[in-house]
Design a protein around this ligand. Structure first.
Ligand code: G1P
Length: 276
């Protein structure tokens, strides 16, 4: 069993980064010199996912352009020392196939994932939210999820313990630990109000989902903020069968927030300097 496809919901407005995101997708914001979306695709590729599907929206054409050839630019820098700076993205373009579809209305993450059904079909797939930038310890976080999927054959979400006063920003799980770091989900709540969270185990933007999730999303009524939530659909999938949660080993930067973005910038800058 392998997971060959990965979906990138990337239709959101990125209002926390205005004015930077007024005319530019938030997924194109760079950490040092690489846009968030490219880190995400590199992680998916490392997990064996070569079919990359993006759910974009209006004003997001730069995402498709980033994963296409720019003849004029490449001609311009051919033979110069700048050429090497494109080797990472060129490799991804050689190894992966990119498909795009648009979400025309912002109706939530569950709805965005359902919009991507046309790019996925009837097979297991990864979901990667590029503004959660992850650095795995031994393996990338998506690879860690695939390893769990390969053993159990059910949907798997990545979780992290977060401070209680931040839990309201996340989907939260209630679960039984079945082996160190691996949990069977009993309940899930999307962004519980302050003081009402059932745990501090927060879902972060990495999922491997089995395709029955699409039918479940279709039946999922709007939840938190009137949006169709993947958390609610996963709760139903757990009720019908099984959903696992992995406390991943590694580090996550919430690049959807200015603080997390700056932390990630410092981290990757140091890493780049060490590599020389
Ligand atoms: C989404 C999910 C939430 C999850 C989070 C991870 O929320 O709805 O369950 O915890 O991603 O980043 P968003 O951050 O898009 O509001």
């Amino acid at each position: 069993m392998t997971v060959r496809k990965c979906l990138f919901p990337a239709a959101g407005y990125g209002t926390r980064f205005l004015p930077a995101t007024k005319a530019m997708p938030k997924e194109m914001l760079p950490i040092v010199n690489t846009p968030l979306i490219q880190y995400g695709v590199e992680e998916a590729r490392a997990a064996g996912m070569v079919n990359i599907g993006m759910v974009t929206g209006r004003g997001k054409r730069a995402l498709a352009d980033h994963f296409d050839i720019s003849y004029e630019l490449e001609h311009q820098i051919k033979g110069s020392d700048k050429e090497g700076m494109l080797s990472g993205i060129r490799k991804l373009m050689e190894e992966c196939v990119f498909s795009f579809t648009r979400q025309t209305e912002m109706k939530g993450l569950g709805h965005a994932i359902l919009t991507g059904e046309t790019l996925i079909g009837n097979e297991p797939f990864g979901v990667l939210l590029a503004d959660d930038l992850c650095v795995g310890d031994k393996h990338d976080v998506m690879t860690q999820l695939v390893h769990v999927y390969e053993r159990f054959g059910c949907s798997v979400v990545a979780v992290e313990e977060v401070p209680m006063d931040e839990v309201h920003k996340y989907g939260v799980i209630v679960a039984d630990e079945i082996e160190p770091g691996l949990f069977e989900v009993r309940d899930m709540v999307e962004k519980p109000p302050r003081g009402e969270a059932p745990s501090n185990m927060a879902i972060i933007g990495r999922y491997v989902l089995t395709p029955d999730i699409f039918d479940i999303i279709r039946e999922t009524p709007p939840g938190k903020n009137g949006e169709i939530q993947i958390t609610d659909a996963l709760k139903e999938q757990a009720r019908r069968g099984r959903v696992l949660a992995l406390r991943f080993s590694g580090r996550r930067f919430d690049c959807g927030s200015v603080d997390g973005f700056v932390e990630a910038t410092n981290y990757f800058y140091e890493r780049m300097r060490k590599k020389g």
